[in-house]
Design a protein around this ligand. Structure first.
Ligand code: NAD
Length: 523
């Protein structure tokens, strides 16, 4: 069932906008850009834009604040983040409104962003201290020497994020980098900056010192690019195309970068799957955030024995999806982000239709619901000649494929340049688990949607192929924001001698010592 647009006026009080945009690092009379709300297509706010000089100034401020933040104990840093955590959940209605107004997603999808930031904040606040603890390592020889391996912050971390999950991605990465002891320069997509600024405001109120986390706003080029050119480490989330450009600059500057890029994720329904469960998982995997989620499903791979029955149930479930725009719970799917995203989705579906794909349901723009709403769409007979087959659509569109067995499913899942996420639904979890290592993806979810992998914040989400090089969550998610420094200390004795006799005797003695150490299981 589709709902028509409500009469609600999707506006924000100008005083609220002014309080948030006051946090943007920008000159006294900055250029302002009008941002539209995807819920209505109408102006939402005027956002000040930073200049490249503002970016340079912000990096200078960050460097001045770095020492104070680095020297704060992990416990003190965690206390600030935990206070933020509670403020976030207490103020969730306000942030849910902002996320919805800026992205056009449903309230339930917006809540996923809030839950993600709360989970990340709590997880790293609880674990950062232990993860950053220096580790004692053996020296060249036992007893007389040892080494200590430390994890030090990288310095100024630049976090560049896209519009699709602006709050989760910006605040999640910023908090992780901060808890690793870094200072952060955050550059959200300029069309979704308000929700990010709200999060920064809450962190400051929770006790974050001035200059430790700053926000610059502006186009990818020049402002995102300026951030990439002057920070000590880059956390980039976005498309593979931009990710490659960011990686090239990082390589040139010899600084590290984490790249969280696109996907063309598959969901495989095995022959033994409970079909009502599989349908529910597929519904959420495909249509969450109207398909504008990096880990959502764009390819449905069905075992041929259950394909007909699955499709019958799935198409009935899709027909019942409530599509609409409102600042309240109740809808299952909201709007696309804007006209460019709508054109991309229409382009993929029309190209596929023209080349012989069959639209099983959907396939239409629904402006009477919202300006950029597109119907939940399912296609089959999709071939390699169509854009839809391999390119990321990033919309509420899924193509259906049938396979004869697990081997064929694995081949099809891996037949993609991307390698972000895959889902397996099966009545035999042991069999599903055995398939996981055969998949060239950073994350696999079994018998749940991406929400299972995403919500398991203690388990690192990686990426393969064109999906990037980044780590999110888990120990690696935090450690990526650190550099390793080892300090080796000699307690007694020396490791070198001079003269031919001395060197020979040293080589003999050292060789015997190594053999003894090997036999004793020491080194
Ligand atoms: P995009 O690559 O066009 O832009 C991403 C961000 O980079 C934007 O904020 C943009 O303004 C900025 N940017 C553009 N040029 C830049 C430059 N030269 N230097 C620095 N920054 C620059 O991507 P998009 O369309 O905004 O976002 C959607 C993409 O993000 C999809 O491909 C999606 O799969 C991906 N994504 C990946 C993850 C993940 O965790 N793997 C999460 C969310 C989104």
């Amino acid at each position: 069932m589709h709902a028509t647009a409500t009469e609600t006026d999707f506006v924000l009080p100008s005083s609220r906008v002014a309080a948030l945009t006051a946090l943007v690092v920008c000159a006294t009379h900055p250029e302002r850009r009008t941002v539209l709300s995807p819920l209505s297509g109408r102006p939402l706010a005027q956002i000040p834009q930073s200049s490249p000089a503002d970016v340079a100034g912000a990096v200078g401020t960050a460097r001045s604040a770095a020492r104070q933040w680095r020297e704060l104990s992990p416990r003190r840093r965690a206390a600030i983040v935990l206070a933020f955590h509670d403020r976030l959940l207490a103020g969730r209605d306000e942030i849910l409104d902002l996320i919805q107004l800026e992205t056009g997603k449903t309230r339930a999808d917006a809540f996923e962003e809030v839950a993600e930031v709360a989970n990340v904040a709590r997880y790293y606040a609880r674990t950062a201290s232990a993860l950053l603890e220096p580790r004692r390592r053996r020296g060249v020889l036992p007893v007389v020497g040892y080494a200590t391996q430390s994890r030090l912050p990288r310095g100024v971390v630049g976090v560049v994020t896209p519009w699709n999950y602006p709050f989760a991605l910006s605040l999640g990465e910023a908090i992780t980098a901060l808890l690793a002891g870094n200072v952060v320069l955050l550059r959200p997509d300029p069309r979704t900056a308000l929700c990010v600024l709200w999060g920064v405001q809450q962190l400051i109120t929770a006790g974050l010192p001035a200059g430790v986390l700053q926000v610059v706003v502006g186009d990818g080029d020049p402002i995102g690019a300026a951030v990439v050119r002057c920070v000590d480490f880059i956390s980039f989330t976005g498309s593979t195309r931009t990710g490659r450009a960011v990686a090239a600059v990082a390589a040139e500057r010899m600084v590290g970068c984490s790249l969280e890029l696109g996907g063309k994720n598959a969901l495989y329904v095995r022959a033994d799957a409970a079909l009502p469960l599989a349908v529910d998982i597929a519904r959420r995997s495909v249509f969450t955030a109207a398909g504008q989620l990096c880990t959502h499903t764009e390819r449905l791979i069905l075992h041929k024995d259950i394909a007909e029955e699955f499709l019958r149930l799935f198409l009935a479930a899709v027909a019942e999806l409530r599509v609409g725009v409102a600042l309240d719970y109740g809808y299952d799917m909201g709007s696309l982000f804007g006209p460019e995203q709508l054109q991309r989705v229409i382009g993929h579906v029309e190209d596929a239709r023209r080349r012989g794909a069959r639209v099983l349901t959907g396939g239409r723009h629904r402006p009477e619901i919202g300006p950029w709403v597109y119907e939940p769409t399912v296609l089959e007979n999709v071939s390699a000649a169509m854009d839809l087959r391999d390119a990321e659509t990033f919309g509420p569109v899924v193509s259906v494929y049938r396979v004869a067995d697990d081997d064929a499913a694995v081949r099809l899942i891996n037949d993609s340049d991307y390698g972000l996420h895959a889902t397996i639904v099966s009545g035999d979890r042991t069999a599903a688990r055995a398939l996981a290592p055969l998949l060239r993806t950073g994350t696999v979810s079994i018998n749940e949607s991406f929400a299972a992998s995403w919500g398991a914040v203690g388990a690192t989400m990686g990426a393969r192929g064109d999906s990037g090089t980044g780590y999110r969550h888990g120990p690696e998610g935090l450690l990526a924001y650190t550099v390793v420094q080892s300090v080796a200390e000699q307690r007694a004795g020396r490791l070198g001698v001079r003269g031919a006799d001395g060197q020979r005797r040293f080589a003999d003695w050292f060789s015997r010592a190594l053999v003894a150490a090997r036999r004793g299981g020491l080194h």
